[in-house]
Design a protein around this ligand. Structure first.
Ligand code: SF4
Length: 324
Protein backbone atom coordinates (compact mmCIF):
# COMPACT_ATOMS: atom_id res chain seq x y z
CA UNK A 1 0.00 0.00 0.00
CA UNK A 2 1.25 3.48 -0.86
CA UNK A 3 2.28 5.55 2.14
CA UNK A 4 2.22 8.98 0.48
CA UNK A 5 -0.80 11.07 1.28
CA UNK A 6 -2.30 14.16 -0.30
CA UNK A 7 -3.41 15.24 3.19
CA UNK A 8 -0.49 16.78 5.03
CA UNK A 9 -2.53 19.25 7.08
CA UNK A 10 -6.23 19.95 7.57
CA UNK A 11 -5.89 22.73 5.02
CA UNK A 12 -5.61 19.99 2.40
CA UNK A 13 -9.21 18.98 2.99
CA UNK A 14 -11.00 19.36 -0.37
CA UNK A 15 -12.93 22.64 -0.55
CA UNK A 16 -15.74 21.20 -2.66
CA UNK A 17 -18.87 20.33 -0.69
CA UNK A 18 -21.40 17.81 -1.93
CA UNK A 19 -24.02 18.78 0.62
CA UNK A 20 -25.89 22.05 0.18
CA UNK A 21 -26.21 24.19 3.30
CA UNK A 22 -29.25 23.40 5.40
CA UNK A 23 -30.89 20.05 6.03
CA UNK A 24 -33.57 18.57 8.25
CA UNK A 25 -31.22 16.83 10.69
CA UNK A 26 -30.64 18.00 14.26
CA UNK A 27 -28.21 20.87 14.76
CA UNK A 28 -24.81 19.58 15.82
CA UNK A 29 -25.31 16.10 14.33
CA UNK A 30 -22.00 14.24 14.17
CA UNK A 31 -23.40 11.81 11.61
CA UNK A 32 -24.00 14.33 8.85
CA UNK A 33 -20.61 15.92 9.51
CA UNK A 34 -18.95 12.52 9.01
CA UNK A 35 -20.86 11.99 5.77
CA UNK A 36 -19.85 15.44 4.57
CA UNK A 37 -16.13 14.89 5.21
CA UNK A 38 -16.25 11.36 3.77
CA UNK A 39 -17.84 12.70 0.58
CA UNK A 40 -15.18 15.40 0.25
CA UNK A 41 -12.47 12.74 0.06
CA UNK A 42 -14.34 10.42 -2.30
CA UNK A 43 -15.26 13.25 -4.68
CA UNK A 44 -18.46 13.73 -6.67
CA UNK A 45 -18.86 10.31 -8.27
CA UNK A 46 -20.58 8.46 -5.48
CA UNK A 47 -23.73 6.32 -5.24
CA UNK A 48 -24.93 6.22 -1.63
CA UNK A 49 -27.01 3.21 -0.66
CA UNK A 50 -28.89 3.92 2.52
CA UNK A 51 -30.54 1.81 5.19
CA UNK A 52 -33.21 3.45 7.32
CA UNK A 53 -31.82 5.92 9.79
CA UNK A 54 -31.42 9.59 10.57
CA UNK A 55 -29.85 10.37 7.18
CA UNK A 56 -32.87 8.94 5.38
CA UNK A 57 -35.06 11.71 6.72
CA UNK A 58 -32.77 14.39 5.38
CA UNK A 59 -32.31 12.95 1.90
CA UNK A 60 -35.99 12.71 0.97
CA UNK A 61 -36.90 14.10 -2.46
CA UNK A 62 -37.27 17.00 -3.20
CA UNK A 63 -35.58 18.41 -0.09
CA UNK A 64 -32.31 16.49 -0.27
CA UNK A 65 -29.19 18.61 0.30
CA UNK A 66 -27.10 15.97 -1.48
CA UNK A 67 -25.54 16.70 -4.87
CA UNK A 68 -24.78 13.04 -5.64
CA UNK A 69 -26.88 9.86 -5.94
CA UNK A 70 -28.94 8.27 -3.18
CA UNK A 71 -30.69 4.91 -3.18
CA UNK A 72 -32.89 4.12 -0.23
CA UNK A 73 -33.31 0.44 0.67
CA UNK A 74 -35.06 -1.54 3.40
CA UNK A 75 -33.38 -1.53 6.81
CA UNK A 76 -31.79 -4.96 6.51
CA UNK A 77 -30.64 -4.89 2.92
CA UNK A 78 -28.40 -1.91 2.08
CA UNK A 79 -25.35 -4.11 1.27
CA UNK A 80 -27.57 -6.17 -1.08
CA UNK A 81 -28.66 -2.88 -2.69
CA UNK A 82 -25.00 -1.94 -3.04
CA UNK A 83 -24.37 -5.23 -4.83
CA UNK A 84 -27.10 -4.34 -7.33
CA UNK A 85 -25.67 -0.90 -7.99
CA UNK A 86 -22.12 -2.22 -8.34
CA UNK A 87 -23.27 -4.97 -10.73
CA UNK A 88 -25.30 -2.52 -12.82
CA UNK A 89 -22.32 -0.19 -13.18
CA UNK A 90 -20.02 -3.07 -14.10
CA UNK A 91 -22.45 -4.44 -16.71
CA UNK A 92 -22.96 -1.01 -18.29
CA UNK A 93 -19.20 -0.49 -18.51
CA UNK A 94 -18.65 -4.00 -19.92
CA UNK A 95 -21.23 -3.28 -22.64
CA UNK A 96 -19.61 0.04 -23.46
CA UNK A 97 -22.70 1.95 -22.36
CA UNK A 98 -20.93 3.75 -19.53
CA UNK A 99 -17.40 5.13 -19.88
CA UNK A 100 -15.04 4.09 -17.07
CA UNK A 101 -14.61 7.78 -16.29
CA UNK A 102 -18.28 7.85 -15.21
CA UNK A 103 -17.95 4.94 -12.79
CA UNK A 104 -19.26 5.56 -9.27
CA UNK A 105 -17.94 4.61 -5.84
CA UNK A 106 -20.63 2.60 -4.09
CA UNK A 107 -21.07 3.52 -0.42
CA UNK A 108 -23.50 2.04 2.06
CA UNK A 109 -24.38 4.59 4.72
CA UNK A 110 -26.29 3.67 7.84
CA UNK A 111 -26.50 4.25 11.54
CA UNK A 112 -25.46 1.68 14.09
CA UNK A 113 -28.94 0.11 14.10
CA UNK A 114 -28.46 -1.23 10.58
CA UNK A 115 -24.69 -1.75 10.82
CA UNK A 116 -24.56 -3.57 14.17
CA UNK A 117 -27.98 -5.23 14.24
CA UNK A 118 -30.58 -5.33 11.50
CA UNK A 119 -28.32 -5.34 8.44
CA UNK A 120 -25.55 -7.58 9.71
CA UNK A 121 -26.75 -10.61 7.75
CA UNK A 122 -26.68 -8.86 4.35
CA UNK A 123 -23.38 -7.24 5.35
CA UNK A 124 -21.91 -10.67 6.01
CA UNK A 125 -23.03 -11.83 2.56
CA UNK A 126 -21.49 -8.80 0.86
CA UNK A 127 -18.16 -9.29 2.66
CA UNK A 128 -18.22 -12.98 1.75
CA UNK A 129 -18.73 -12.07 -1.93
CA UNK A 130 -15.85 -9.56 -1.67
CA UNK A 131 -18.15 -6.82 -2.93
CA UNK A 132 -16.16 -3.73 -3.86
CA UNK A 133 -17.87 -1.14 -1.65
CA UNK A 134 -17.46 1.21 1.28
CA UNK A 135 -19.62 1.03 4.38
CA UNK A 136 -19.88 4.24 6.40
CA UNK A 137 -21.58 3.69 9.75
CA UNK A 138 -22.33 6.86 11.71
CA UNK A 139 -22.40 5.41 15.18
CA UNK A 140 -24.53 7.39 17.62
CA UNK A 141 -24.86 4.31 19.82
CA UNK A 142 -28.66 3.88 19.60
CA UNK A 143 -31.61 4.05 17.22
CA UNK A 144 -31.61 7.84 17.01
CA UNK A 145 -34.15 8.26 14.24
CA UNK A 146 -36.97 6.60 16.17
CA UNK A 147 -36.36 8.18 19.55
CA UNK A 148 -33.10 6.71 20.88
CA UNK A 149 -33.78 3.07 21.60
CA UNK A 150 -30.91 0.77 22.59
CA UNK A 151 -28.89 -0.94 19.85
CA UNK A 152 -26.06 -3.42 20.34
CA UNK A 153 -23.74 -0.45 19.92
CA UNK A 154 -25.14 1.23 23.05
CA UNK A 155 -22.43 1.42 25.72
CA UNK A 156 -22.68 0.05 29.25
CA UNK A 157 -24.29 2.55 31.60
CA UNK A 158 -26.17 4.53 28.95
CA UNK A 159 -29.80 5.37 29.48
CA UNK A 160 -31.93 4.96 26.34
CA UNK A 161 -35.68 4.91 25.67
CA UNK A 162 -35.73 1.13 26.00
CA UNK A 163 -33.14 0.92 28.77
CA UNK A 164 -34.02 3.88 30.96
CA UNK A 165 -32.29 4.26 34.30
CA UNK A 166 -34.96 3.35 36.86
CA UNK A 167 -35.07 2.16 40.47
CA UNK A 168 -35.16 -1.42 39.18
CA UNK A 169 -32.40 -0.83 36.59
CA UNK A 170 -30.28 1.97 38.05
CA UNK A 171 -27.52 1.72 35.42
CA UNK A 172 -29.70 1.87 32.32
CA UNK A 173 -28.11 -0.40 29.73
CA UNK A 174 -25.89 -3.11 31.23
CA UNK A 175 -24.92 -4.87 27.98
CA UNK A 176 -21.47 -4.18 26.56
CA UNK A 177 -21.08 -2.44 23.21
CA UNK A 178 -20.60 -4.87 20.33
CA UNK A 179 -17.16 -4.72 18.74
CA UNK A 180 -18.12 -4.20 15.08
CA UNK A 181 -14.51 -3.48 14.13
CA UNK A 182 -13.54 -7.00 15.23
CA UNK A 183 -16.65 -8.55 13.64
CA UNK A 184 -15.62 -7.19 10.22
CA UNK A 185 -11.99 -8.13 10.83
CA UNK A 186 -13.02 -11.69 11.69
CA UNK A 187 -14.91 -11.81 8.38
CA UNK A 188 -11.62 -10.95 6.62
CA UNK A 189 -12.64 -7.53 5.31
CA UNK A 190 -9.45 -5.99 3.87
CA UNK A 191 -9.93 -2.56 5.43
CA UNK A 192 -11.67 -1.57 8.67
CA UNK A 193 -11.26 1.77 10.43
CA UNK A 194 -12.72 3.98 13.13
CA UNK A 195 -13.12 7.72 12.64
CA UNK A 196 -13.87 10.80 14.73
CA UNK A 197 -14.82 14.20 13.33
CA UNK A 198 -12.56 15.78 15.95
CA UNK A 199 -9.49 14.15 14.38
CA UNK A 200 -9.88 15.43 10.86
CA UNK A 201 -6.48 14.59 9.43
CA UNK A 202 -6.72 11.01 10.68
CA UNK A 203 -10.21 10.87 9.10
CA UNK A 204 -9.08 12.14 5.71
CA UNK A 205 -6.08 9.84 5.52
CA UNK A 206 -8.09 6.75 6.40
CA UNK A 207 -10.65 7.38 3.67
CA UNK A 208 -7.75 7.91 1.30
CA UNK A 209 -5.99 4.71 2.44
CA UNK A 210 -9.14 2.62 2.19
CA UNK A 211 -9.68 3.94 -1.34
CA UNK A 212 -6.46 2.26 -2.42
CA UNK A 213 -7.93 -1.13 -1.54
CA UNK A 214 -10.56 -3.08 -3.45
CA UNK A 215 -13.24 -5.01 -1.64
CA UNK A 216 -15.40 -4.43 1.43
CA UNK A 217 -14.26 -1.48 3.55
CA UNK A 218 -15.85 -0.43 6.82
CA UNK A 219 -15.62 2.99 8.45
CA UNK A 220 -17.20 3.40 11.88
CA UNK A 221 -17.54 7.13 12.49
CA UNK A 222 -18.18 8.19 16.06
CA UNK A 223 -21.26 10.39 15.71
CA UNK A 224 -21.97 12.69 18.62
CA UNK A 225 -25.75 13.02 18.91
CA UNK A 226 -26.93 16.06 20.88
CA UNK A 227 -30.57 14.96 20.73
CA UNK A 228 -30.07 11.42 22.00
CA UNK A 229 -27.07 11.97 24.26
CA UNK A 230 -28.30 15.22 25.80
CA UNK A 231 -25.76 18.00 25.38
CA UNK A 232 -25.56 21.45 23.83
CA UNK A 233 -25.39 21.26 20.02
CA UNK A 234 -22.27 23.41 19.90
CA UNK A 235 -20.26 20.75 21.80
CA UNK A 236 -20.40 17.86 19.34
CA UNK A 237 -16.82 17.98 18.14
CA UNK A 238 -15.50 18.64 21.67
CA UNK A 239 -17.34 15.57 22.96
CA UNK A 240 -15.94 13.43 20.16
CA UNK A 241 -12.48 14.72 21.04
CA UNK A 242 -13.03 13.81 24.69
CA UNK A 243 -14.12 10.30 23.68
CA UNK A 244 -10.77 9.88 21.92
CA UNK A 245 -8.74 11.47 24.74
CA UNK A 246 -10.38 9.30 27.40
CA UNK A 247 -9.74 6.22 25.28
CA UNK A 248 -13.45 5.43 25.03
CA UNK A 249 -13.24 5.73 21.22
CA UNK A 250 -9.92 4.35 19.93
CA UNK A 251 -8.79 5.52 16.51
CA UNK A 252 -7.41 2.56 14.59
CA UNK A 253 -7.39 0.69 11.32
CA UNK A 254 -6.99 -2.87 10.14
CA UNK A 255 -5.34 -3.55 6.80
CA UNK A 256 -5.72 -7.19 5.75
CA UNK A 257 -6.15 -8.09 9.41
CA UNK A 258 -3.15 -6.16 10.80
CA UNK A 259 -4.36 -3.64 13.38
CA UNK A 260 -2.66 -0.32 14.07
CA UNK A 261 -3.80 2.47 16.36
CA UNK A 262 -3.53 5.66 14.35
CA UNK A 263 -3.71 7.92 17.40
CA UNK A 264 -2.27 6.88 20.75
CA UNK A 265 -3.03 9.27 23.62
CA UNK A 266 0.03 9.74 25.83
CA UNK A 267 -2.09 9.81 28.99
CA UNK A 268 -5.78 9.01 29.15
CA UNK A 269 -8.19 11.49 30.70
CA UNK A 270 -10.55 9.78 33.21
CA UNK A 271 -13.73 8.48 31.57
CA UNK A 272 -15.89 10.36 34.08
CA UNK A 273 -14.86 13.61 32.34
CA UNK A 274 -16.51 12.28 29.20
CA UNK A 275 -19.54 10.69 30.87
CA UNK A 276 -20.39 13.88 32.75
CA UNK A 277 -20.87 15.82 29.52
CA UNK A 278 -24.03 13.88 28.54
CA UNK A 279 -27.48 13.47 30.02
CA UNK A 280 -27.62 9.80 29.00
CA UNK A 281 -25.08 9.14 31.79
CA UNK A 282 -26.55 11.55 34.38
CA UNK A 283 -27.84 8.72 36.55
CA UNK A 284 -24.24 7.54 37.09
CA UNK A 285 -23.57 10.76 39.01
CA UNK A 286 -26.95 11.79 40.44
CA UNK A 287 -28.46 11.71 42.98
CA UNK A 288 -25.29 9.97 44.16
CA UNK A 289 -22.24 8.78 42.27
CA UNK A 290 -22.32 5.12 41.19
CA UNK A 291 -18.63 4.57 41.78
CA UNK A 292 -18.66 0.87 41.03
CA UNK A 293 -20.19 1.35 37.58
CA UNK A 294 -17.89 4.26 36.67
CA UNK A 295 -14.89 2.24 37.86
CA UNK A 296 -16.05 -0.70 35.73
CA UNK A 297 -16.17 1.55 32.64
CA UNK A 298 -12.72 2.95 33.46
CA UNK A 299 -11.34 -0.54 34.00
CA UNK A 300 -12.59 -1.82 30.65
CA UNK A 301 -10.95 1.17 28.92
CA UNK A 302 -7.72 0.58 30.84
CA UNK A 303 -7.66 -3.12 29.95
CA UNK A 304 -8.27 -2.27 26.29
CA UNK A 305 -5.30 0.11 26.12
CA UNK A 306 -3.01 -2.17 28.13
CA UNK A 307 -3.69 -5.04 25.75
CA UNK A 308 -3.43 -2.87 22.64
CA UNK A 309 -0.13 -1.40 23.89
CA UNK A 310 1.28 -4.84 24.60
CA UNK A 311 0.40 -5.97 21.06
CA UNK A 312 1.63 -2.88 19.25
CA UNK A 313 4.51 -1.84 21.50
CA UNK A 314 3.26 1.44 22.96
CA UNK A 315 2.47 2.58 26.47
CA UNK A 316 -0.38 4.80 27.58
CA UNK A 317 -0.52 6.39 31.02
CA UNK A 318 -3.76 5.16 32.54
CA UNK A 319 -5.94 6.91 35.09
CA UNK A 320 -6.63 4.94 38.26
CA UNK A 321 -10.13 4.23 39.51
CA UNK A 322 -9.73 6.89 42.22
CA UNK A 323 -8.55 9.61 39.82
CA UNK A 324 -11.96 11.22 39.33
S1 SF4 B 1 -30.92 12.01 16.41
FE1 SF4 B 1 -28.70 12.22 16.65
S2 SF4 B 1 -27.78 11.11 14.89
FE2 SF4 B 1 -29.98 11.49 14.43
S3 SF4 B 1 -30.02 13.43 13.27
FE3 SF4 B 1 -30.32 13.94 15.44
S4 SF4 B 1 -28.23 14.37 16.22
FE4 SF4 B 1 -28.00 13.26 14.28
Amino acid sequence: MATATRFRTLKDMPKEDYLSPGNTLCAGCGGILALRIFHKVLGPKVAWVNAAGCMTVSMSYPLSPLKSNWLYTAFASAPAGAQGVRDALDVLMAKGKLPASEDLKVVVVSGDGAAYDIGLQSTSGAIDRRLDFYYLCYDNEAYGNTGFQMSTSTPYGSSTKTTPATAAYPLGNTARKKDLFEVWRAMKAPYVATLANSHGLDFLRKVERGSEIKGPRLYIAFAACPTGWGFDTRNSVEIEKLAVQTGVWPLKESVNGAVRHTFVPRALIPVSDYLKTQERFNHLFEPSEKTEAIDAIQESVNVYWKEAGAREGFEVKLPGSSSR
